[in-house]
Ligand binder design. Structure first.
Ligand code: ADP
Length: 448
């Protein structure tokens, strides 16, 4: 059994995990940098430890300091949240060596899914449909030309160690190919210290649809339906929905079952997300995230299942609390990511929140560590909160979102709230008629 959890993260997700621990009667330890001493998760935790100066590499990414904080406080488990050390296999190994439970999958599974080529190969072996592409790394110009001819143009060159959309280049025709290939390689070398790249068919108008999976580590696994995260800017998700406006029940259950069966074969442990591009009725695997996602609350809203409770339960060896048959999907949920950024230029806007009023009412959830007087430090990502709205139907959900956005007040800094006020009244969004390029096209058209 787990009796004390150290939360190796900050911001809204640290608070999210802390709330789950409190509900389960588990003691909490917050860790923080010197820039986060007055953060909400630090104030609400049973104990807190300062682990270093503001830069993440000296604090939230400092494995040595985090293990020391576990030892000082007697924490017997670590929840990594998302980002930071959540997909760091070495961290999972080190905790294991210290007899501390890592609330997440095995280090081996993190490693397999962290490398795009082994992830794709594993997905194929497990029966998950993948994007047509090279069998592995594309080694040189001749290999690139041959592979692209086999796949058919347009093609996309992607970094094996990729993340955050970096090191990706499209080649529309053979004339563009070698330049795209060599640029992608040097970008990958600069961003990841690894110039290995692979090639995929470039899909023109796909949606991003991801399946939430959960495994007990012993061969039992379930899926909790999908999330549609097609509204993106620079590969960053902005607005997510569950269910996807593009899928019907049969499609949902079919792709969900394929993923759950794959996780059974893998003996996957804990929460995971299998990400797909979806075009013309077909799913194409792009990657798997071996952690809790930012957008997990919309799945919680439509299933009523607390995913962090479930993660802690599985990590304690308690198995899954529900069977596939017991999971019911109810209504529709939308999440808006509220960033401390200008809603048109997306330039970060750190500073002090002079007034903060969160909306309420039926079907409304605000996950945020922000409060009146809180100073947003400039050192970390700009997500300051998430607004999650649930309704019995998509139409009800959208009407509620419109109402709730008008109630939300965050003064003193710029936020992305005005963007959502625009989107919620847009006819394409109302019809669920958008793909992964829609938001950037819209922003380009409406720029002032
Ligand atoms: P990263 O780990 O860098 O985020 P992903 O493989 O998850 O890389 O892809 C990020 C985004 O890039 C996707 O959400 C999609 O918008 C785009 N993308 C990736 N693969 C393809 C593809 N084969 N065709 C078209 N777009 C793609």
């Amino acid at each position: 059994m787990i009796s004390k959890i150290l939360i190796a993260n900050r911001g809204e997700i640290a608070l999210r995990v802390l709330r789950a621990c409190k509900e389960l009667g588990i003691a909490t330890v917050a860790v923080h940098s010197t820039a986060d001493s007055d953060a909400m998760h630090v104030r609400l935790a049973d104990e807190s430890v300062c682990i270093g100066p503001p830069p993440s590499r000296d604090s939230y990414l400092n494995i040595h300091q985090i293990v020391a904080a576990c030892e000082i406080t007697g924490a017997d488990a670590v929840h990594p949240g998302y980002g930071f050390l959540s997909e760091n296999a070495k961290f999972a190994d080190i905790l294991d060596a210290h007899g501390i439970t890592f609330i997440g999958p095995t280090a081996d599974h993190i490693r397999i899914m962290g490398d795009k080529i082994t992830a794709k190969q594993t997905a194929m072996d497990l029966g998950i449909p993948v994007v047509p592409g090279s069998a592995g790394e594309v080694l040189n110009d001749a290999d690139a030309l041959k592979t692209a001819r086999e796949i058919g143009y347009p093609v996309l060159i992607k970094a094996t160690a990729g993340g955050g959309g970096r090191g990706m280049k499209v080649a529309k025709t053979e004339a563009d190919l070698l330049e795209a290939f060599n640029t992608a390689r040097s970008e990958a070398a600069n961003a990841f210290g690894n110039d290995s790249v692979y090639m995929e068919k470039y899909l023109g108008k796909p949606r991003h649809i991801e399946i939430q999976v959960f495994g007990d580590g012993a061969g039992n696994a379930i899926h909790l339906g999908e999330r549609d995260c097609s509204l993106q800017r620079r590969h960053q998700k902005i607005w997510e929905e569950a269910n996807s406006p593009a899928l019907n029940v049969e499609q949902r259950m079919k792709i969900g079952q394929i993923c759950a069966d794959a996780m059974k074969k893998l003996k996957y442990r804990g929460a995971g997300t299998v990400e797909f591009l979806y075009e013309n009725g077909e799913f194409y695997f792009i990657e798997m995230n071996t952690r809790l996602q930012v957008e997990h609350p919309i799945t919680e809203a439509i299933t009523g299942i607390d995913l962090v409770h479930e993660q802690i339960r599985v990590a304690s060896g308690g198995g899954l609390s529900v069977t596939q048959e017991e999971i019911e999907f109810s209504g529709h949920a939308i999440e808006c990511r509220i960033n401390a950024e200008d809603a048109r230029t997306f330039v970060p806007s750190p500073g002090t929140i002079t007034h903060f009023h969160a909306p309420g009412g039926l079907g409304v959830r605000v996950d945020s560590g922000a409060y009146q007087g809180y100073r947003i430090p400039p050192y970390y990502d700009s997500l300051i909160g998430k607004l999650i709205v649930h309704g019995r139907t998509r139409v009800e959900c959208m009407m509620r979102l419109r109402r709730v956005l008008d109630e939300f007040v965050i003064d003193g800094i710029k936020t992305t709230l005005p963007l959502f006020q625009d989107l919620v009244t847009n006819p394409d969004i109302a019809n669920g008629d958008y793909d992964i390029h829609w938001l950037e096209d819209y922003l380009a058209k409406t720029s002032v």
